[in-house]
Design a protein. Structure first.
Length: 214
């Protein structure tokens, strides 16, 4: 058998909106596990979860094979974390790659001439529908001074560091980095480089998990 995740939508008998949030909702759904509800209430479960719009992250790699990491305060975990540029898919009709390019320009003052998909993952599939696509951005060009984004809130005081990819892997494995997109993206970039970049997918590769997140 091929080992691969697969779509598997069980019938949703009812949906209740528990919290209508700015970024995400909390919902409760009654789900028939049997697939058709034929086994009655004994087969129906209630599941509460965060319904999330999804997001993109960008592993930015320069000509010296250094990764760009940005520091950002994350209040829920009371930490300042080192992360790749990233952002929500919260603009109607915007393609994920375009969202990634927008976040790269807004958070890092950079544009990229080459885009590839490194990895897709589900952040916490037992509690949220959030799907994240991690891109690899190369062939970098700075955004002109007069066209740069005016950052605010937690993004206002972000620091930027360029870290050699091998050193970034060591930081992940030593427990120094905890942001999931940093962990996934750095390890994926390291593995992809070892494979001569043959594992990279096109920037517009299918992303069926995103449909569920929406």
């Amino acid at each position: 058998m091929t080992v691969a995740d697969r779509p598997d939508e069980r019938p949703v008998l009812a949906t209740e909106l528990i919290h209508d949030g700015m970024v995400f909702d909390v919902v409760a759904e009654r789900v028939a596990l049997s697939g058709d509800g034929s086994d009655g209430e004994s087969d129906v479960v209630r599941r509460e979860f965060v319904r999330h719009t999804g997001a993109v992250a960008v592993v930015v790699l320069d000509e010296q094979e250094r990764v760009l990491l940005l520091s950002q305060y994350r209040h829920p975990v009371r930490h300042t974390l080192w992360e790749p540029p990233a952002g929500l898919l919260d603009v109607d009709g915007e393609a994920p790659r375009d969202a990634a390019a927008r976040e790269l320009a807004e958070e890092a003052d950079l544009t990229a001439g080459r885009w590839d998909v490194l990895a897709d993952y589900l952040t916490s599939p037992g509690s949220t529908s959030e799907a994240i696509r991690v891109y690899l951005a190369r062939d970098l060009v700075p955004v002109p001074e007069g066209e740069r984004f005016d950052r605010e809130d937690e993004e206002r005081d972000m620091e930027a560091r360029w870290v050699p990819l091998d050193e970034a892997v060591t930081l992940v494995l030593s427990g120094a980095l905890h942001n999931p997109s940093a962990v996934v993206g750095i390890l994926a970039a390291h593995a992809a480089r070892a494979a001569g970049w043959s594992t990279l997918r096109p920037a517009d590769a299918p992303w069926p998990e995103r449909r569920v997140a929406r």
